[in-house]
Ligand binder design. Structure first.
Ligand code: ZN
Length: 235
């Protein structure tokens, strides 16, 4: 595999290049925005670059449309004073030593109580399970509020599931189940709503075709603004 890149206007497109016995050149854009090019065996790299340039607008559009989750925040240390997000707001972490474990929100703080405040792994686990509890509440409520949008798209009632994901904010599978990344509980409500509506649109179109975007524009007219907000959030 070769790594190469092309310039297209202001954008640089990097891609992995592989060769195979195929007859035509194929380009795939993955949800993490990486680009995979597979070329016929006798293609020169110059030739490949030309092809990638000719497809550049499409590639950028695909990258733009994927609802990728890029953890841009530095790794957390789980110590007092560090900021953590919840529903789009910054909170300071306060770690308190007590016998009884708990996590509470209070006046701009997320207060984590536990027996040993230097037990970072335990702090992290308590915080994650607190986020999960909050997600149980907010994700289900927002999903219920948006369910009526799915009525005209599918006969089945869509299901909601969520878990921690590495690369995506959400996805929708063929069985009509919407999956959300638990990280979304750190985002403002409107962003969670946007991801839910984006995935609901996939009940009708399991791709990012223009029909998909037409539907999304109808159900959520200012989706671009919210998507940008979501992508800036984790910076
Ligand atoms: Zn999508």
């Amino acid at each position: 595999m070769v790594k190469d890149r092309i310039q297209y206007g202001q954008s640089i497109i990097e891609y992995d290049l592989d060769y195979s016995e195929r007859k035509t050149l194929g380009i795939k854009v993955h949800p993490d925005k990486t680009v995979q090019v597979t070329a016929p065996l006798n293609t020169t790299e110059e030739n490949v670059r030309e092809k990638v340039v000719s497809k550049a607008a499409w590639i950028l559009r695909q990258q733009d449309f994927f609802l990728s989750f890029h953890p841009l925040t530095p790794p957390r240390k789980y110590v007092s004073g560090e900021t953590h997000l919840y529903l789009g707001k910054q909170y300071r972490l306060k770690i308190v030593e007590t016998e009884k474990e708990s996590v509470k929100l209070s006046a701009g703080y997320i207060i984590v109580s536990l027996r040993d405040k230097f037990n970072i792994i335990r702090v992290k686990r308590l915080l994650r399970s607190w986020y999960k509890t909050k997600a149980d509440l907010h994700f289900n409520q927002l999903f219920r509020e948006k369910l009526h949008l799915a009525k005209s798209l599918t006969k089945e009632t869509p299901m909601l599931k969520y878990r921690w994901m590495e690369k995506r904010w959400g996805s929708c599978d063929r069985n009509g189940t919407v999956h959300l990344n638990l990280e979304l509980i750190k985002a403002p409500r409107v962003c969670i709503e946007y991801v839910i509506i984006h995935e609901i649109c996939h009940l009708a179109h399991l791709n990012h075709s223009s029909a998909f975007y037409e539907l999304l524009g109808k159900l959520y007219p200012n989706w671009r603004e919210t998507k940008d907000r979501l992508e800036r959030l984790m910076v």
